[in-house]
Design a protein around this ligand. Sequence first.
Ligand code: URA
Ligand code: SF4
Length: 229
Amino acid sequence: MENFDSEYWKLINDFEDYIKFGQLSGRKIPEAVLRKVAVKKADTLDNIAAEVCGCRKCRLCQGRHKAVPGMGVMHPDVMVIGEGPGGDEDVQGLPFVGAAGKYLDKWLAAIQLDRNQNCFIGNVVKCRPPGNRDPQPDEITFCLPYLKRQIAILKPKMILTVGRISGGIISGQEPVMGRLRGHIFYFDGIPVIPTYHPSAVLRNPSLRQAVWDDLRFLRSELDRIKNGC
Ligand code: URA
Ligand code: SF4
């Protein structure tokens, strides 16, 4: 016990010296102490964006012009999660800036949401799949940690997934839109509402009513959360 106590106090003193002087008075800092005081730097959206822009973890890095880390505000009311960048996004390095993105902005505006005011927009994979094909399972596996880190930092009040790929990944369910829609799921305690992808609705306008129902559902859940009930 005595031995333990003296070891303990020695460690505390070494730690204090290190904090005060950046080194142990005249002595070389033992590795064990350095390991104990190595404080992990906080993760940030900027860190993640820098890592994404230099990432070569999967084959999608080969065809990209720009990676697309995501954009929006910190602690958003809603984080929108799409599938992966398309052609326009790949050129600009920004999410949902093509035709589907303009349409998505209208959906958001209809329920008082805006990517520059109260939303963050991201994707499951950060580099464009060639010819806009679906991202493959291994590409998703490599890229998903970035999205999870973004969610952990952003702490959105709610998540809106657009399309079956992000709906399936974030809800943990089979990626079948008919089964995802109309339900609320949870990702790390954050409520998730899935809807169709704006590109699908542009191709098939008969889906518009369903999307409107989902958006109204999202808005009412968000209001409930914001009002604390
Ligand atoms: N489609 C997506 O899923 N994400 C984008 O960023 C653009 C189009
Ligand atoms: Fe890296 Fe994701 Fe781009 Fe693949 S898609 S290279 S994992 S950032």
